[in-house]
Design a protein around this ligand. Structure first.
Ligand code: SPV
Ligand code: MG
Length: 553
């Protein structure tokens, strides 16, 4: 028989549902096999072995839960197990539904629920609730035929997938009631709409099921469970025209033997060396659990951790223009839509994988108390400028690093664009600077004149550099506005640190702005790369900006 793998199924032009595939197995002229599984892991192992379908054994699921095969696990607990199994495998599952977990009404609800959870079919047996395993005791009472037929009909009427299968299981042989009773019941169950008949026997030979198959003469598919007549060659079943053989409990029994052996050995040895080579490796466990898929998904969905990238956030100033809003907190801690600006900024950095965020505090420094940041203090904030604040974090200007004002909000992908720049010093410049408006008297802007005006294409990778930067550039000499975020390479960090030292040396450091620092670098011949961005940022310098910031979010 051809081994059908998951890949084979997936190559079908129109994928068949699991229920359709189970139905195909019943209708196939070949003898097909269902292999027992009792949880997600064993379902995966069955699929890995090459089987086309799974028998969710009541005995095995109960035993795996540590209870007896006597409806001690409730039907919803069984459905929970089935859901894990259905999620873990692409194979169709035929569930051992015992007696339908109650009367026709319980059967209706169970079938609807199984269809929802992706189970392909249910097998119900003509015994009484609570059931007993077929291999326990003698003369188990059978269900009333009509009552059982009603249950089959109720199941068929409740399926929401047209291919869902209801298999009727004959326990006449198990109850010692013989072939005639089995055939009488088979006739009735077939007429009630059963898609297949499972004929069960506890003899050590296949005599009962073969005589049944002979009399039944292919009127509907026959399913068997050769647990007790395991020595019968499989070809005998083929010759008898059996549709499906169920290997009903062998994974559970294998697990019991293996777990016993390993537990006893480890108990005895008080050591693991004796078992290590005889059991599946931890890697195997990861593989079965699908960890590769998770690793791929992490690449797609998680921000790439920027190892060793630091963000230095300059947040020392009060923001006096904000008046009463900064009477009791620095401006970076002003609330915008329920969160301080600084928290949003830190979230933007962390969301882009920059986890090392250093905030330079000054005015009301104790109010900057966010978790997961580190701080340095510019206690002379009242008489110093931004360059002096940056100098307080000089030890952190190392390796790749961002420098940002503490009162700006911007789209997080601007950080990715800055990261992607191959230059040592890069700043994000708003190409739509002319569209920004403010009524504030003395509005101060960080204007930039570039080597090229914005080309109109944000994907244009022609490098553009800063020619001059300041607050007082003439509009006709201006190409954009710095949004307050810069990125340094490891070399860029060295250059900036050296310039800070030079400024300290010549006495200009205390009063210098970031713009003056940048302009000095340009004058010294260092290139500052420009990444043009299309607006979508703001800084908070005055009360109206707080309202704008709310809208921006
Ligand atoms: C099961 O696997 O739970 C079955 C088959 O119902 S048997 O145990 O043979 O009854
Ligand atoms: Mg069972």
């Amino acid at each position: 028989m051809q081994t059908v793998t998951k890949e084979t199924w997936n190559r079908e032009p129109v994928p068949r549902t699991k229920a359709r595939r189970l139905r195909d197995m019943f209708e196939s002229p070949e003898l097909e096999f269902l292999m027992e599984a009792h949880n997600g892991l064993s379902a995966r192992i069955v699929e890995e072995a090459g089987f086309k379908g799974i028998w969710a054994s009541g005995l095995s699921m109960s035993a795996a839960l540590g209870v007896r095969d006597s409806n001690e696990a409730s039907w919803t607990q069984v459905v929970e197990v089935l859901e894990f199994m259905a999620d873990a495998t692409s194979l169709p599952i035929l569930v051992d539904g015992d007696t339908g977990w109650g009367n026709f009404n319980n059967m209706r609800r169970a079938v609807a629920k199984l269809c929802q959870r992706g189970v392909a079919g249910i097998c119900i047996e003509d015994k009484l609730f609570p059931k007993t395993n077929s291999f326990i005791g003698e003369g188990q009472p059978l269900a009333d035929i009509d009552e059982f037929c009603g249950k089959i009909k109720a199941g068929k009427d409740s399926q929401t997938n047209p291919d869902f299968c209801v298999v009727a299981r004959l326990e006449a042989f198990i109850a010692g009631r013989g072939l005639d009773e089995a055939l009488r019941r088979a006739e009735a169950y077939h007429a009630a709409g059963a898609d297949a008949l499972l004929v069960h026997s506890k003899l050590s030979t296949a005599d009962e099921i073969i005589s049944f198959a002979h009399e039944w003469a292919g009127r509907s598919p026959i399913v068997i469970v050769p647990t007790k007549y395991y020595a019968t060659p499989t070809d005998e079943f083929r010759k008898a025209g059996i549709s499906v053989a169920i290997w009903a409990n062998h994974n559970l029994r294998a697990a019991i033997s293996a777990m016993r052996e390993v537990s006893r050995r480890i108990y005895r040895d008080q050591a693991l060396a004796g078992v290590e080579n005889a059991i599946a490796g931890v890697k195997d466990v990861f593989e079965l659990a699908g960890n590769d898929e998770l690793a791929d998904a992490e690449k797609r969905y998680l921000p790439t951790p920027r190892e060793n990238v630091t963000a230095i956030v300059l947040a020392a100033s009060r923001g006096a223009a904000l008046g009463p809003l900064t009477a009791d907190k620095p401006k970076c801690m002003i609330d915008v839509r329920g969160q301080p600006i600084l928290r949003r900024l830190v979230t933007t950095f962390k969301g882009s994988g920059v986890h090392d965020v250093v905030v330079v505090r000054g005015y009301m420094k104790d109010k900057i108390n966010l978790p997961s940041i580190s701080t340095v203090d510019n206690d002379l904030y009242g008489n110093t400028g931004e360059a002096a604040s940056l100098a307080c974090a000089a030890d952190h200007i190392a390796g790749e690093c961002f420098i940002s004002y503490g009162d700006v909000l911007f789209r997080h992908h601007y950080l990715d664009q800055l990261m992607d720049s191959g230059d040592d010093i890069t700043i994000a410049v708003d190409a739509l600077w002319k569209e920004r408006r403010s009524d504030a008297a003395g509005w101060v802007r960080d204007l930039v004149r570039c080597s090229q005006p914005f080309s109109g294409d944000y994907l244009d990778d022609q490098p553009v550099y800063v020619e001059s930067i300041g607050n007082n550039l003439a509009p006709e000499a201006t190409h954009g506005e710095w949004i307050g975020v810069a990125k340094l390479s490891a070399e860029g960090s060295k250059i900036v640190r050296a310039e800070i030292d030079a400024m300290r040396g010549d006495g200009t450091l205390p009063k210098a702005s970031m713009l003056q620092l940048f302009q000095r670098l340009i004058d010294r011949g260092h290139a500052i790369r420009v990444i043009y961005v299309p607006g979508q940022w703001l800084d908070v310098d005055e009360a109206a900006d707080v309202t704008q910031a709310g809208k921006f979010l």
